[in-house]
Design a protein around this ligand. Structure first.
Ligand code: GLC
Length: 572
């Protein structure tokens, strides 16, 4: 266990800066707010922070449209304040990693402003410019994943530029060595300041086919959305699973390109290796980004685990079996169930009846599986999705564009399109964090409008201050489990050995490390079980349970597991 690196032992907590803590009372989160909450985070028991983009940005995509890679968004604070934040975090033993957006910049980045100023500008070739097709239209039929053509016409120079995401997010041309150098400089800028690593945004989209062949799936994104909606309404689950494949066909020439990606990631890794003990985590699920296990990413998210409607034992077992067996030697797993792009964990895996128990099981799963867990801010108090009531409240441009596409191009009735986007928008999981049972959830002063509305359930116990005082709260459950994990070598270092692989209600497995073997049972059902484990050991010494257990020691021939119980014990 002592051989493990910090990022192998750490539990990461994602801060969405705009919604985390508002230090100056202007309705959006900021660096001072984050500084003020460091003690809270330390006491929670997490070890490392991932900040979603904190850079200057016109906010067309909530910060994922960066206009300066070496500065702090003025509305969040100054670079000096950021340095204080970093020093204060480090002083508490908390590591900090930043979000690096490589694929594109903001259209207001100085590089793009230069690039679009004339065809012979030295930065012209920093982005992907192409002549119009003979009919004056876009160079090919590629779409932006955020709807519409992937090409935007620029009047001044009479060419189109390529954008995989919003038109306000022009793609950089990574085949230009100057772009690479500029980005590696940005990476070094933050590493020099002392940050501990990066989460790499959307890396699979960095390269596209330079020959620009049309996509030939015969489908457009609009077709896909409409077919998806129809299948959802008809409850055709099997069909839903096939849409990912169609999606990949639509974007076949615009993503992936591993032949070019691997050398690029290896080059980045050598930059990172100039600094001791830093790490990279890819926003991608492709195991190939681990490289040989030690020459590309340190971590790659296990997204297939969360991409399911129900977190069932069978799904988890199958996911672990596939994922762990596919990892190259030396590669370290990385699990997550939610982030700023997805439904909140509490909402996602709820069944409408046992939501709180299931949310606790979700955390238990993250903290007991082999690998580094990533949690998302607000999860620890059981924050849920907030469905917005008016178009005017939306801040997620993607949702607004989808609405427009469905209504204007697809002829979808506006009310139906609205119902669709309020469920799919990423705004639902980005609302301000609830610090107290007070107006605006204690996030901002009562008379200040927050950037997204506050979820009213802060007044129903979903807030930090009240949960801190309640020993049975979700927050105190998170704390107990997080602190327990730190002291349990088998959970940090142990391998994963599934047990009772036929069980449909519960998940049982061993985590075996040199110092300790830990039995984990997660009961995802409302049924009690008496379980027999035929193992070399006969007894199990309780480490943690979500309920009061009569005895500290169990006989492995008959372990009583209560409904929804989380049970961890050391084999003796
Ligand atoms: C990533 C981010 C998402 C963003 C996109 C474009 O998927 O997580 O929020 O919109 O990249 O940068």
């Amino acid at each position: 266990m002592n051989d493990l690196k910090w990022w192998q032992k750490a539990v990461f907590y994602q801060i969405y800066p705009r919604s985390f803590a508002d230090g100056n009372g202007d309705g959006i989160g900021d660096v001072q707010g984050m500084i003020a909450k460091l003690d809270y985070l330390k006491e929670l028991g997490i070890d490392a922070l991932w900040l979603s983009p904190h850079y200057p940005s016109p906010q067309a995509d909530c910060g994922y449209d960066v206009s300066d890679y070496c500065a702090v968004a003025p509305e969040y604070g100054t670079l000096a304040e950021f340095e204080t934040f970093l020093a204060e975090a480090h002083q508490r033993g908390l590591r900090v990693i930043l979000d690096m957006v490589f694929n594109h910049t903001s259209d207001e980045h100085a590089w793009f402003l230069e690039s679009k100023s004339s065809r012979d500008n030295p930065k012209r070739n920093w982005y992907i410019w192409r002549d119009p097709a003979p009919d004056g239209g876009p160079p090919n039929n590629w779409e932006s994943t955020f709807t519409g053509s992937a090409w935007e016409y620029d009047e001044t120079t009479g060419q189109y530029y390529y954008h995989y995401f919003l038109k306000e997010q022009p793609d950089l041309n990574w085949r230009n060595p100057e772009v690479k150098e500029a980005m590696w400089d940005a990476v070094r800028f933050w590493l020099d300041l002392g940050i501990d690593g990066f989460r790499l945004d959307a890396i699979g989209t960095i390269y596209e086919d330079p020959a620009l062949p049309d996509q030939t799936s015969g489908m457009t994104l609009l077709d896909l959305y409409q077919a998806y909606q129809a299948a959802q309404e008809d409850g055709e689950r099997e069909k839903l699973a096939t849409f990912g494949k169609v999606w990949r066909q639509i974007f076949e020439h615009q993503v992936g390109r591993e032949d070019e990606m691997h050398p690029l990631m290896q080059e980045l890794r050598t930059v990172i290796n100039e600094y001791p003990d830093r790490m990279l985590v890819a926003e991608d699920s492709d195991i190939a980004y681990y490289g040989d296990g030690d020459n590309e990413m340190h971590l790659v998210f296990n997204f297939p685990l969360m991409r399911t409607e129900r977190l069932t034992p069978a799904h988890i077992r199958q996911n672990q079996e596939q994922r762990l067996s596919a990892l190259p030697a030396g590669a370290w797993p990385c699990n997550t169930l939610g982030n700023h792009d997805s439904t909140r964990v509490y909402t996602h895996f709820a069944d409408g009846e046992h939501d709180a128990q299931l949310a606790r099981l979700s955390l238990a799963l993250m903290l007991t599986l082999r690998g580094t867990p990533f949690l998302y801010n607000g999860e620890e108090i059981g924050m849920t999705d907030l469905l917005l009531n008016e178009l005017g409240q939306f801040r997620d441009t993607l949702a607004l564009l989808q609405y427009q596409m469905l209504v204007e191009l697809g002829g979808t009735p506006p009310e139906q399109a609205f119902e669709h986007i309020r469920r799919m928008t990423r705004d639902k999981c980005r609302t301000p964090l609830h610090w107290a049972n007070a107006p605006q959830a204690g996030f901002s002063p009562a008379d200040v409008e927050t950037w997204l509305p506050v979820n009213p359930n802060y007044a129903a116990g979903v807030n930090v201050a009240e949960q801190l005082d309640n020993p049975d709260s979700m927050l105190n459950f998170y704390r107990r489990m997080l602190w327990m994990r730190k002291k349990t070598p088998a959970l940090l270092a142990g391998d994963y050995q599934p047990l009772h692989e036929e069980a449909v209600d519960y998940l049982a497995f061993l985590r075996r490390a040199d110092e300790q073997t830990c039995l984990v049972v997660l009961n995802f059902s409302a049924h009690a079980h008496t379980l027999t484990f035929e193992l070399a050991a006969e007894h199990a010494q309780l480490i943690f349970s979500s309920r009061e257990r009569a005895a500290e020691m169990d006989n492995l021939s008959a372990v009583e597991i209560a409904p929804f119980e989380i049970y961890l014990a050391a084999l003796q």
